[in-house]
Design a protein around this ligand. Structure first.
Ligand SMILES: Nc1nc2c(c(=O)[nH]1)N[C@H]1C(S)=C(S)[C@@H](COP(=O)(O)OP(=O)(O)OC[C@H]3O[C@@H](n4cnc5c(=O)[nH]c(N)nc54)[C@H](O)[C@@H]3O)O[C@H]1N2
Ligand SMILES: Nc1nc2c(c(=O)[nH]1)N[C@H]1C(S)=C(S)[C@@H](COP(=O)(O)OP(=O)(O)OC[C@H]3O[C@@H](n4cnc5c(=O)[nH]c(N)nc54)[C@H](O)[C@@H]3O)O[C@H]1N2
Ligand code: SF4
Ligand SMILES: [Mo]
Length: 712
């Protein structure tokens, strides 16, 4: 048992409490063994009730990342053509001077909005993560970066129904009797939840996986329901049709703790199982059986993944799914209800992390999914973007419309700074590259979007080379720009004390001393929060008909540097509905004629997004980039297993070997995400995806993409 931090023993070995920094719901508590100043081992903290002593296969080799010979350890400037990857070492002083001079010149000529930050959750920490640059860029008056890469759409739909509740605590999944993983490949993407699911199954629970692909999770489930992509809203409405019409609802719960049942009853009449079977491709009997089993086996719980939101109607689809647990009264029970992302109760001080008081009225906002459109001028911007500052993010591989991003980054008149650990596809286009620390080299405090523990990460070793934490980067930049505001003077230790509201009821009994001693602490939350309603919505009830003021342009301020105002968009139906895919035979028959296959992207098992894809051990375990195609679709095109194919549409193309396998549905092809473009044959999946928004939260509908596949 490790009960004190930095336990020192006779041979100068110490164990330091850490936390995995990656963009993963599990936020594992790590123990880092340090010997003579060098980290020699990372392992999962055995005491942490969610980590349970193991790290995943990616991060158990974290030290390969830390000590990789490819780490960026010094500031560099470009000496070859844009994108050539030719750089020379410079000092921090020269790097900061050059950034200040370029910024100053751009501000004088075009105004500060010509500068755009670009960042995401490459680091998940409250100090070094999503919001680390916000105070600086808000103070600068730069364009506001709208960062909706993940769970913006899902969260909007969830909040419309339930408000900011943690929902079903994942720690209680072991009490469930019926678990639905809905568009969630937990064995790859939320692996620590699996041990709780395993316990539930040992106690007799049934596990259902709803996924167009027979993933490793679907394979391990008791029942895999293969669904046509983007039709989940129709399935949920169809399930409610059966539950309501067969009188399987918990009417007492509905009457006392929900609003809008009459409207919902009427809406679901449009979705009888026969219609839903047509839309979803799921047999009628399966729809009916699923509805009956789900309603009558309690406690039941639904865990939704993130891919659901990447469809034109993804938000309303998630809204419809959200209604199910209230309809059947699953919230009454320990281990019953729904899990989206239990991050809502973390008492984050948004005023501290964003410093929104710096934001000037009417500051321009640009969405990062649409970076390619913004950089190439397709999106009319006045002033144009003249400088891009990238940190915690790798847009070339991760954002949609890759060809446009690459073309935009190649602009000679665009000044690009990239803070990174490695020379990513994006860093190749930098004018200035800055070295960033890894997690064992910096302090951080972690929230989680997959459990309800706060975790402390203490630095275990000195920073390598001249690498610095993101917090220090923005302190240095602020000083160089002459910003003398107090917030830019705060040390990491001070920030750690400021970013959370330690007096919030959920933090009762938790202080920094406890975190230093134990490494983590569980928020004080109710394990059965909604047995009697109590939802944090305007009505205090689950809202089948939502009263939340949202429209298609609403984005949570957390995803836009704390900026609240936005241009009104299209109205959103306050009652869940089903919207067909944008790129489908139903909505766009001409396009479907030319490009008949739906391209999906899967999160890679051995990488976290694009992190680790450049490390030899991880790349070997993950295997070659590929596309999975159903045998019927392959036969029609004369494609053999292993053959090199071109996957393409009007937006772009990538080339990979085909895997011919019935784990995917006819009409659906799947390619894993995260492979680096420069380490791939030609392009990667985001060459073919679209940056067009879904119905909510300015998420890009990257799963709603039609392609054709031919022999290369
Ligand atoms: N190993 C690993 N773990 C990760 C990550 C990683 O890159 N690698 N990334 C992390 C991040 S950032 C995130 S957001 C999460 C994502 O976690 P998940 O949401 O679990 O991951 P995805 O692979 O995006 O999608 C899950 C499943 O949804 C299915 N799917 C796609 N479209 C649809 C649809 O329309 N309907 C239904 N029902 N299913 C659909 C896919 O086939 C896939 O199997 O994972 C996190 N964890
Ligand atoms: N087609 C398609 N596209 C997708 C998705 C999809 O399902 N399909 N998923 C989307 C989702 S859910 C997500 S979350 C995004 C993820 O998109 P990104 O957040 O861009 O993905 P990462 O690969 O995690 O990139 C993070 C980068 O940050 C760097 N980094 C890590 N730590 C630090 C640090 O401390 N300092 C600095 N300066 N840099 C650091 C890493 O080295 C890495 O290169 O991708 C989205 N893109
Ligand atoms: S990537 Fe996820 S599962 Fe792996 S160690 Fe980090 S938090 Fe845990
Ligand atoms: Mo994500």
């Amino acid at each position: 048992m490790v009960s004190t931090v930095d336990q020192q023993n006779a041979d100068e070995q110490e164990i330091v409490h850490g936390a995995c920094p990656h963009d993963c719901p599990d936020t594992c508590a790590m123990l880092v063994t340090v010997k003579n100043g060098r980290a020699v081992k990372v392992e999962g903290n055995p005491d942490h009730p969610f980590t349970r002593g193991t790290l995943c296969g990616k991060v158990s080799d974290y030290l390969d990342r830390v000590y990789s010979p490819d780490r960026i350890l010094y500031p560099m400037r470009r000496v070859g053509p844009k994108g050539s990857g030719q750089f020379e070492r410079i000092s921090w002083d020269v790097a900061l001077d050059q950034i200040r001079d370029h910024f100053q010149q751009i501000i004088n000529q075009y105004g500060a909005e010509a500068i755009m930050p670009c960042s995401y959750l490459g680091h998940e920490g409250l100090l070094n993560g999503l919001t680390v640059g916000d105070a600086f860029f808000n103070r600068l008056g730069a364009t506001i970066s709208e960062r909706t890469f993940c769970i913006s759409c899902t969260s909007t739909a969830y909040l419309m129904t339930y408000g900011p509740t943690h929902g079903t605590d994942p720690d209680t999944f072991k009490h469930s009797k019926y678990i639905i993983l809905w568009g969630c490949n937990a064995l790859s993407t939320n692996v620590h939840l699996w041990s709780f699911i395993r316990e539930a199954r040992q106690n007799g629970a049934k596990l259902v996986s709803i996924d167009p692909v027979r993933t490793r999770t679907a394979n391990q489930s008791d029942w895999h329901i293969s669904i046509r992509p983007g039709t989940d809203g129709a399935l949920a409405l169809g399930l409610m049709h059966v539950i309501i019409n067969e009188n399987l609802a918990d009417w007492d719960y509905v009457e006392n703790y929900t609003v809008g049942i009459e409207a919902l009853k009427e809406r679901v009449q449009d979705y009888p199982p026969e219609t839903v079977a047509e839309i979803t491709g799921i047999p009628v009997e399966d729809i009916v059986t699923l509805a009956r089993e789900y309603a009558t086996t309690q406690p039941s719980v639904i865990r939704i993944g993130v891919a659901l939101e990447k469809q034109a109607g993804g938000g309303q689809g998630v809204r419809a799914i959200c209604c199910l647990p209230a309809l059947v009264g699953a919230w009454r029970h320990l281990g019953g209800g729904m899990l989206q992302a239990p991050m809502w109760p973390f008492p984050i001080r948004w005023d501290v992390v964003h410093r929104p008081h710096f934001i000037r009225p009417n500051t321009r906002v640009v969405n990062q999914w649409q970076l390619g459109r913004a950089l190439t001028g397709e999106m009319p911007l006045d002033p144009p973007i003249k400088a891009l500052f990238v940190y915690n993010c790798n847009p070339v591989t991760q954002a949609a419309e890759q060809e446009k991003i690459v073309a935009g980054l190649a602009r000679d008149d665009l000044f690009v700074v990239v803070s990174e650990q490695f020379m990513t596809d994006t860093a190749d286009y930098a004018d200035i590259v800055l070295p960033a620390t890894t997690q064992v080299e910096n302090l951080d405090l972690m929230f989680s979007w997959g459990h309800t523990y706060v975790t402390l990460n203490k630095p275990a070793i000195e920073p390598l080379g001249e690498a610095i934490p993101n917090t220090e980067l923005f302190r240095r930049l602020a000083a160089r720009m002459g910003f003398d505001d107090e917030c830019f003077q705060l040390s990491d230790q001070q920030l750690a004390l400021e970013v959370l509201d330690w007096s919030a009821p959920v933090m009762q009994g938790i202080d920094m001393d406890l975190l230093k001693a134990q490494g983590y602490a569980k928020l004080q939350i109710d394990p059965v929060p909604h047995a009697e309603g109590n939802f944090p919505t305007p009505s205090g009830k689950c809202e089948f008909v939502s009263s939340m003021k949202v429209d298609s342009n609403f984005v949570l301020p957390a995803f836009r540097q704390g900026y609240e105002s936005y241009e009104p968009g299209a109205a959103i139906d306050p009652l869940p509905n089903y919207t067909p895919q944008r790129e489908s035979p139903v909505s766009n028959p001409d396009l479907a004629q030319r490009y008949p296959l739906n391209l999906l992207s899967a999160k890679p098992h051995q990488f976290i997004n694009s992190c680790f894809a450049n490390l030899p051990k991880h790349a070997k375990l993950q295997g070659e980039p590929h596309v999975i195609i159903h045998p019927d679709d392959a036969a029609k095109r004369g494609i053999a297993d292993g053959q090199m194919v071109k996957v393409f549409n009007h937006r772009g193309a990538f080339q990979v070997p085909a895997i011919v396998n019935d784990m995917t549905r006819p009409g659906v092809v799947v390619a894993p995400l995260g492979y680096w473009r420069k380490l791939s044959c030609a392009g990667t999946i985001n060459a073919a995806t679209a940056a067009t928004f879904t119905d909510m939260g300015h998420t890009a509908a990257v799963g709603d993409a039609l392609v054709e596949v031919t022999a290369a």
